[in-house]
Write a protein that binds this ligand. Structure first.
Ligand code: PLP
Length: 292
């Protein structure tokens, strides 16, 4: 129950439907965001709302989809989705997709639809995972060209790759996948950016084969605040094996320690001190307890 914002109106949850011939359902051209609202002293607050809306508009632009709403309207829609559903801690899913007015790749009469759904989803990963870290497997699926050339867009089609990688990791007893790029360098998780800490320096892949993560940027800002040197560069898989600490970042996963990759224990095999520090700073920031 509740409401979903669809094309400018609040629609009852069960009535927010789309046709089976929805173009995006067939060909995958669409984009979306994953946004979160946290309960703060001042009520529910959407973390990094502007950044997520800006990225949604950049994604649509890359995919050559003309947004029928302004950024202000989309920001207001996200606030309304939290408010009208009486949510406190919430996950928000704005999505831009093509309608069912035409079929085939050459269809040029398609309407661009926009929706924002919000629901209560307090934790994507278990509290134990956040504290103890997770086991990860390097995926046999790589971030291929469509991901790499479109890594600035959070595009629906990119997630086929993510889903296959994640399913494979789970089937082999791990909790998350690590995807490499076409040349074998570390790219990202199925829905997270990765960081490693070695000899006091924080490393994260440069933005050539991974999504321009908003949490990634938040962590880079924290590192600057803490005077921790950061290198954005290509990382190899063996560097992750021998790192002192490793963690994933993402709106859903937040700051998530990695304790094992491909059966190799990373560092002390548990959440490292810097990971714990950054995790704490992140939780304070989302809860509105710091300036970040
Ligand atoms: N990489 C991928 C493939 C993602 O889907 C996400 C999630 O949005 C991220 C990284 C992390 O991005 P963000 O921190 O903006 O949520």
């Amino acid at each position: 129950d509740g409401f979903i914002w669809l094309d400018g109106e609040m629609v009852p949850w069960r009535e927010a439907k789309t046709h089976v011939l929805t173009h995006t359902l067939h060909y995958g051209l669409g984009c979306f965001e994953g946004v979160r609202a946290y309960s703060t002293e001042k009520g529910a607050a959407i973390f990094r709302l502007k950044e997520h809306t800006d990225r949604l508009f950049r994604s649509a632009h890359i995919l050559n989809m003309t947004m029928p709403f302004s950024k202000d309207e989309l920001n207001a829609a996200q606030c309304a989705a939290v408010r009208e559903n009486n949510l406190d801690e919430a996950y928000l899913r704005p999505m831009v997709f093509l309608g069912s007015e035409g079929m085939g790749l050459r269809a040029d009469n398609l309407k661009v639809h926009v929706m924002v759904a919000a629901w209560s989803w307090p934790s994507y990963m278990s509290p134990e995972a956040k504290e103890l870290g997770i086991k990860v497997r390097t995926s046999s699926y790589t971030r291929h060209h469509v991901n790499i050339t479109m890594c600035k867009a959070k595009a629906n089609g990119n997630y086929i790759n993510s889903m296959l990688a994640l399913n494979e990791a789970i089937a082999s007893g791990c909790e998350e996948a690590l995807l490499l790029d076409n040349e074998g360098y570390v790219a990202e998780g199925s829905g997270e950016n990765i960081f490693i800490m070695r000899d006091g320096v924080l490393h994260t892949p440069e933005l050539t084969s991974c999504l321009e993560g908003i949490t990634r940027q938040t962590i880079l800002d924290f590192a600057k605040e803490l005077n921790i040197p950061v290198k954005e560069r290509r990382i190899t898989r063996d560097e992750v094996y021998i790192a002192d600490e490793a963690f994933f970042t993402g709106t859903a996963a937040e700051v998530l320690p990695i304790r094992e990759l491909d059966g190799r224990v990373i560092g002390a095999g548990k959440r490292g001190p810097l990971t714990e520090k950054l995790q704490g700073m992140y939780f304070d920031a989302v809860k509105g307890k710091s300036e970040a």
